[in-house]
Design a protein around this ligand. Structure first.
Ligand code: GDP
Ligand code: MN
Length: 395
């Protein structure tokens, strides 16, 4: 789960990380009011969306009077910001953050991630901040400093100092940098974060160290024990299709094609998506109904998939081990009768109780296209989709 920049900064500030003074605004009037509260003569208006690279996309604006703030706020609010990271659908701007502008002398990069291979928290830092870490590693790979933390003892002061010296900071800033790095680590650990990125961490002209940006993601499996983090969730930043599904305990990933997929098991889902592509189609989603799916759960999955108006055909592909084909078949019929499926439907069942499952489909009298193998199912789905779109265009 991602959170907003202003939320991450609040967490960091509580742990001794220096951030610019700022305030949240939901309207142009509020934004100018914030400028009065903050004081000073220059401000930065920042679109709060769950994405980086906002600057290049018009989501960061330096302002020096009320009119500029108000105009920038007007232009941003209610719009969708499309950045290099959001995908073509973009993210809705409904909150703005106004901050005192900072005079930048140097931009640094500071990131914390989980290194799965090492099974440790890894710190990545670079004196070449301001650009994306991917670009840093391409253009200035030698500037990157890495360190891992032994989970038995946690991050040590000497490690943070080593990073601070590695960044080439002046001696007067080493103490503050050490405190910043340790503070970040503490936030990362204490709240079960999976990623924390400060880009840029800046040295100001008056010689202080400030986190000018902050991005954080959290491990969703740990949210149950982090209510203060769960509360920071902003559903308006999520793919509505994914929110609908996750609220119902389904694991769903939205994609850009037209063939909706209902599958059990992530491996089978990946294989099915590959087969759809090989057959010349594009999957609209990845939905894993998991093991032991009841007819109700199957019907819910149909609701989630049909909620995407781009879906023009549905492919159900079940290899039942823990699951039961008869339950899935019941779920399919339940969905047709209760949810209403107005697109072609291809079903491939295999495994436990497959004969019973097929019989339920055949006896139902509903129009279901049945397939025996994965390849056949994908081909039939793509053929049915082509047919349906042809008819739609003709109509
Ligand atoms: P991002 O584009 O989503 O990563 O948003 P950032 O918060 O990192 O802002 C993008 C860029 O805007 C930064 O790298 C800075 O160069 C610039 N910027 C942001 N805040 C300030 C500020 O207070 N003063 C100045 N001079 N530049 C700023
Ligand atoms: Mn940034």
């Amino acid at each position: 789960m991602d959170i907003h920049e202003y939320q991450a900064k609040e967490l960091l500030a509580r742990h001794g990380v220096h951030v610019p003074r700022g305030g949240l605004a939901y309207s142009p009037e509020q934004a100018t009011y914030r400028a009065r509260e903050i004081g000073g003569a220059k401000w930065v208006l920042k679109a709060q969306v769950h994405s980086g690279a906002r600057g290049k996309a018009g989501g960061i604006k330096l302002c020096s009077n009320d009119e500029e703030i108000s105009n920038a706020a007007e232009a941003m609010l209610g719009r969708k910001l499309v950045t290099q990271q959001t995908g073509p659908r973009g993210k809705l701007i409904s909150r703005l953050y106004l901050e005192e502008a900072v005079d930048i002398a140097q931009e640094l990069y500071l990131g914390f991630v989980l290194d799965r291979k090492e099974e440790r928290v890894m710190i990545v830092a670079s004196a070449a901040g301001g650009m994306e870490i991917e670009d840093i590693s391409e253009k200035q790979p030698d500037s990157i400093i890495r360190a891992t933390v032994d989970p038995g003892v946690g991050m040590q002061g000497f490690q943070a100092r080593e990073i601070a010296f590695g960044l080439g900071l002046e001696s007067s800033l080493i103490g503050k940098a050490t405190e910043t790095i340790l503070g970040c680590y503490q936030v990362f650990r204490d709240y079960d974060a999976s990623m924390l990125e400060i880009n840029p961490l800046v040295v100001t002209r008056d010689g202080s160290l400030v986190a000018l940006d902050a991005k954080m993601s959290f491990d969703e499996n740990a949210l149950f024990r982090r209510p203060e983090i769960s509360e920071l969730r902003d559903k308006s930043q999520e793919d509505p299709r994914e929110t609908f599904a996750s609220d119902r305990g389904l694991s769903y990933v939205g994609l850009d094609g037209n063939i909706g997929c209902i599958i059990n098991g992530a491996g089978l889902a990946m294989a099915t998506m590959d087969m759809i592509k090989i057959a010349g189609g594009e999957p609209a989603n990845f939905l894993d109904i998991g093991g032991g799916a009841s007819p109700e759960r199957v019907a819910k999955s149909f609701r989630a998939v049909l909620g995407d108006k781009q879906v023009e055909t549905i492919l159900v592909n079940i290899f039942a081990g823990i699951n039961r084909c008869d339950w899935v078949a019941e779920g399919v019929i339940k969905a047709i009768r209760e949810v209403g499926v107005d697109v072609p439907l291809v079903v491939r069942l295999s495994g436990t109780k497959v004969e019973e499952g097929r019989k339920i489909l055949a006896d139902s009298g509903e129009s279901v296209i049945v397939a025996d193998t994965l390849a056949e199912a994908a081909e039939k789905a793509v053929a049915a989709w082509r047919e349906a779109t042809k008819n739609k265009k003709a109509a």
